[in-house]
Design a protein around this ligand. Sequence first.
Ligand code: PYC
Length: 413
Amino acid sequence: MPFTLIKNGLKNNASDIVDFPRQPDLKSSYDVIIVGAGGHGCAAAYYLARDWGIKNVCVIDKGYLGGGNTARNTAIIRSNYLTAEGVAFYKESMDLFKELDRELDINLMYSERGHLTLAHNDASIRTSRWRAEVNKQLGVDSELLYTDDVARVCPQLNVSQDVRYPILGALYHPPGAIARHDAVAWGYARDAIRMGAEVHQKTPVTDVIVEGGRVKGIQTDKGPVYADKVLQAVAGSSSLLAGMAGLELPIRTIPLQACVSQPYKPILDTIIVSGSLHIYVSQSSRGEFVMGGSTDPYPLYSTRSTLDFKEGLMSHMLELFPFLSEARIMRQWAGMADMSPDFSPIMGLTPIENYYIDAGWGTWGFKATPVSGKRMAECVATNKQPALLEPFRLSRFDNFTLTAEKGAASVGH
Ligand code: PYC
């Protein structure tokens, strides 16, 4: 059990209940508007104030704080990507995550579990070896394990070779972690507000005001709000908002479903992913098995749950963990995945002056919350593409300099 988890559990003054001050009325103008009060948007507001002294900031959302994909993911944090650019980016995020509960003084239940990406065929073994070598070059702890060592790391796994997809090995990433996702957004929002930002919930944006190729503000259901700079951070609605600004994004939006079981005693310490079986599972610090599978097979703006998904997921889960056959599902839900063509985010400057984008978060957004907030704040403050975000420029799709991460996406697509 990680030290910070125990420390936060024993603290009797942990500021766990987030007490938000009542927000003032929406003003008619700000220095910066951030559309989207999820983890990324709130983190950007926090780092704009902390690192750049930009505090006259409005974070605005059609729904409630952290109520979109921030609350709908399976909370997995890892940096074992395939490309050097991806690894460096997610590594910075994990470094920031590790300090975050102390920095925000909120119990994020950040819990290092170790992360196993199972390989069921030779091609997956090759990709795992490749990823392990790229990871090591960049100082990220990853190694290729074969079946006996996989069983040693996770004795609960069914490693019988007498199944449809036997486990031949796995990419093992010891720092792989889970955290309490909603608290990440709350913590960033609370501290951004303390430093001067405002968070306006239940305020839909109906248009983006662009004049002469430069953004001027937004239209809301409460009237126009003007700003020098606008950042969009609306995972799941990226194309819709960008469309209001006149930008066409290379994104397809697809539902991604997940579910949790009732709570059980702690039995599964490791995070398990199988790309071939289309599953990922961890046991939360509250004891629930948190499980997900592949994206739905077609684009759709809908967060409905389907029986089809649950049946497919469970048939594969039971091959790996037969003891789960009596477990009961407690809740099922879906998030909206904005899929980019190369399975990497789209971040930074856009062709519209002073309009910045944080999008293309597909099925990999939660783990990037701190680094996205920090680097998008840098981008907005300096009006320059930060070096770490170079590989994720929107313009890469014009010149085909893609950052191909499909082999490390964890989720079947
Ligand atoms: O990228 O680790 C991941 C992930 C797991 C579930 C969805 N995405």
